[in-house]
Design a protein around this ligand. Structure first.
Ligand SMILES: *Cc1c(COP(=O)(O)O)cnc(C)c1O
Length: 381
């Protein structure tokens, strides 16, 4: 039986939601988007700002802009992530400083962050890798000591929790989720900035739509024509259309069920792969939630085959897989700009040589997970 790496999980409520918007006569940002923001904030416990944007990348750009990051500043980012985490720093003319990750969680190593701090450091962008929470406590201690902002790249981590609180509720400068097509919940393209800081929320709201000052807009609406508004900055075009928001509301309503189905796949993998020459990703600690966007495994050092041989065997068996990620220090732009090499990043380099991401998605059936397990048992025994 062939098992794909990913399959979309869409139900009637999402499709009905999009049709509702199509029939409403209003396609761009409006009431659906407002509803999605309200419901997303509620899902994180309420009493927090949720600002919908058209991607996680644009959300992180807005959060860094709100933090006042600019030329001459440095922002510390993990080496093992998607390039979006780092590129947003360059959008603002600031410099990226890459740090290595921890061997077990694959999230940024606070000790390496500490060593990377200079007088120019202004922010840290941890990634909750694969849906496993980064060590925010250690990072927040460093941030407090050195007056740094933390902007969480939560592209993989809805819904996830750490120390009993959801990701998005740890009091950092901002947390940014992704609703890209293959993320844990999707709007096709989309993202959400979450913050409990009123000023940060106001700045992100203004800058996501051309720098239009909504307060000025509303203030004048009563007294003058509705064409009248003010522009307070050269903003961006980062708003989320209602079509996408309607899809997001349907997905959000099912997010916990979808997580439990990915958890069941992870449980099947843990039980079935434990005796093979593989290193499996850690579970979230007791009482916390792993979002399970990825299931990254590593061949052990003494494994009977290489990553390339494992890939060939999986391809023959028609089992989908991926690799997350080629470390950014290996990418031409980042390597050349900062003169980076493998020996600066021993953990991500070693991980990259031995890793494979197995299929894990909410529409995956347990018999499909069992097929992946049986195939790996056959290949590796
Ligand atoms: C997907 C992803 C992003 C970008 O998300 P978009 O919504 O596509 O902009 C950023 N960081 C990480 C770690 C990702 O996996």
């Amino acid at each position: 039986m062939a098992v794909p790496y990913f399959r979309l999980d869409l139900e009637k409520e999402e499709i009905d939601g999009v049709v509702r918007v199509l029939k409403s006569g209003w396609l761009t940002t409006g009431a659906e988007c407002q509803g999605f923001e309200d419901e997303f904030g509620q899902a994180l416990g309420g009493g927090v700002h949720a600002i919908a944007v058209n991607s996680n990348t644009s959300g992180m750009h807005l959060a860094l802009e709100a933090a006042g990051i600019g030329p001459g500043d440095e922002v510390i980012v993990p080496d093992l992530t998607f390039t979006a985490t780092a590129e947003v720093v360059r959008y603002l003319g600031a410099e990226v400083v890459f740090a290595d990750v921890l061997k077990d969680t694959l999230c940024i190593d606070p000790e390496d962050v500490k060593r990377s701090i200079t007088p120019r450091t202004k922010a840290i962008i941890p990634v909750h890798f694969g849906g496993m929470a980064a060590d925010l406590e250690a990072l927040q201690a460093l941030a407090a000591e050195h007056n740094l902002r933390i902007i969480e790249d939560a592209a993989h981590s809805f819904p996830a929790s750490l120390n009993g609180r959801p990701i998005g509720r740890h009091g950092t400068f901002a947390t940014v989720f992704s609703f890209y097509a293959n993320k844990t919940i999707t709007t096709g393209e989309g993202g959400m900035i979450v913050t409990d800081n009123d000023a940060v929320a106001d700045r992100c709201r203004v800058m996501r739509l051309h720098g239009i000052d909504r307060d000025a807009f509303h203030r004048f609406q009563g007294d003058s024509a509705s064409w009248d508004y003010d522009i307070i900055a050269p903003g961006f075009k980062y708003n989320l259309p209602d079509l996408a928001a309607a899809l997001g509301r349907g997905q959000l309503a099912r997010a916990m069920t979808m997580q439990s189905r990915r958890q069941a796949v992870a449980d099947t993998y843990r039980a079935g792969l434990a005796d093979l020459p593989l290193e499996l990703p850690p579970e979230a600690p007791e009482g916390d939630m792993h979002a399970w966007h990825l299931y990254p495994i590593r061949l052990t050092q003494g494994a009977p085959l290489s990553r390339a041989e494992l890939e060939a065997a999986l391809t023959t068996a028609q089992i989908g897989y991926s690799v997350h990620y080629t470390p950014l220090h290996r990418m031409t732009y980042w390597r050349e700009r900062y003169g980076l090499s493998d020996n600066r990043f021993p953990v991500s380099t070693d991980y990259f040589g031995r890793c494979i991401s197995l299929p894990i998605f909410s529409d995956m059936r347990i018999d499909e997970a069992e097929e992946v397990v049986a195939t790996l048992q056959r290949i590796l025994d």
